[in-house]
Ligand binder design. Structure first.
Ligand SMILES: NC(=O)c1ccc[n+]([C@@H]2O[C@H](COP(=O)([O-])OP(=O)(O)OC[C@H]3O[C@@H](n4cnc5c(N)ncnc54)[C@H](O)[C@@H]3O)[C@@H](O)[C@H]2O)c1
Length: 250
């Protein structure tokens, strides 16, 4: 499949986990991939793509800083001409904390990366798309953007807000050729959740309650990610798509 031939896709948080899997999948489908991340392992993601004959560039980018996001877009335009699709995926997961013990700095940091980071990227991308015949945005929310889990209030709040930003922007720009959706993964085994997988007691009780009985590999998110960013999803906008092995179905 070369669904993304001659297309450029921007991926944030492409150093590891879901972002790396998505960057590789987009490249495999023919896209040139621009990766923004604070983690230098995003350079390895770009190298893997190039070693397979694809085109990729890593630009160090902190999504909490609007000027760095603007530089990422500018680099992408300079290198590849324009952006066709953007996967705003960078995020952090703060350690589980009872609501009344959440510190101000923990709250502020989670909101800065998981919410404002997405806002910064969306604003820059939408401005670019308005000048370039439209485009597609996919934001990584979470099932924590749809339901609440205990001891994760800042993350739950940020991810619910990502779902809100997705809807708000989608209705504003639907007539201007800009589609905006969100992905809500369930439990995916990545560096972010590795401590959970190492916690025998937690993971066994979690998996017992999970209909599918396992966590996902990052690659299992890619079918939905590529579909939503492709022309096959041309009438799909303003929605959040849950990929969670039926965790939220009961
Ligand atoms: N793993 C899961 O179970 C799960 C479930 C639901 C949602 N998510 C979401 O999926 C996304 C990807 O997470 P993952 O599980 O692949 O974890 P991950 O830790 O492997 O990936 C997160 C990436 O974001 C990058 N990042 C963090 N802060 C950044 C910043 N300020 N600027 C730029 N990049 C930054 C990290 O360096 C990393 O590459 C996140 O938004 C996360 O909240 C993950």
């Amino acid at each position: 499949m070369q669904e993304f031939q001659d297309k450029t896709v921007l991926v944030t948080g492409g150093a590891t986990g879901i972002g790396r899997a998505a960057a590789l999948a987009f490249a495999n489908a023919g896209a040139a991939v621009m990766i923004g991340d604070v983690d230098e392992r995003a350079g390895e993601t770009a190298e893997i793509i190039k070693s397979r004959g694809g085109s990729a560039t890593y630009q160090p980018t902190d999504v909490t800083d609007r000027s760095q996001v603007d530089s990422l877009l500018a680099k992408c335009v300079n290198q590849y001409g324009r952006v066709h699709a953007a996967f705003n995926n960078a995020g952090i997961l703060p350690p589980p904390t009872p609501f009344h013990e959440v510190t101000e700095s923990n709250f502020d940091r989670t909101i800065a990366v998981d919410l404002k980071g997405v806002f910064n990227c969306m604003q820059a991308e939408i401005s670019h798309f308005l000048e370039n015949d439209g485009g597609v945005i996919l934001n990584t929310a979470s099932i924590a953007g749809v339901i609440a889990d205990p001891q994760m209030a800042p993350y739950v709040a940020a991810k619910h807000a990502v779902v809100g930003l997705t809807k708000a922007a989608a209705i504003e720009y639907a007539r201007q050729g800009i589609r905006i959706n969100a992905l809500a993964p369930g439990l995916v085994r990545t560096p972010m959740t590795e401590p959970w997988f190492q916690d025998e007691e937690f993971i066994s009780s979690f998996l017992e309650a999970s209909p599918i009985g396992r966590g996902a590999a990052p690659e299992e998110m890619c079918g939905m990610i590529l579909h939503l960013c492709s022309d096959a999803a041309s009438f799909t906008t303003g929605q959040t798509f849950i990929v969670d092995g039926a965790q939220t179905a009961h």
